[in-house]
Design a protein. Structure first.
Length: 93
């Protein structure tokens, strides 16, 4: 479902920080559209959290991304954390 929309980003982030956040949005899309392991998703999420430390900011960015794409960061993170290993199954989120 790759469509033309802009990823939610903060213009105050450095290029390196933006790359970490964009990588997470890409992994989230990949999780919904193909297959992703919990380990791989959580590794990218950990990098994302080095940029987006505030849970409030994470929730806002996640809501913004879900409005644009239909993909829920919250549900995938929740499932990946619960599962810890193995392939993430779309029916679980």
């Amino acid at each position: 479902m790759t469509e033309n929309y802009s990823y939610p980003l903060n213009p105050e982030w450095t290029t390196e920080e933006m790359i970490k956040v964009v990588n997470l949005w890409g992994k989230l899309e990949e999780t919904y559209e193909n297959k992703m392991t919990a380990e791989s998703f959580l590794a990218t999420y950990t990098e994302f959290k080095t940029v987006v430390k505030s849970i409030g900011e994470e929730r806002q960015l996640g809501r913004d991304f879900e409005e644009l794409s239909g993909y829920s960061l919250y549900r995938v993170v929740k499932q990946a954390k619960a599962q810890k290993t193995g392939p993430l199954n779309r029916k679980d989120f």
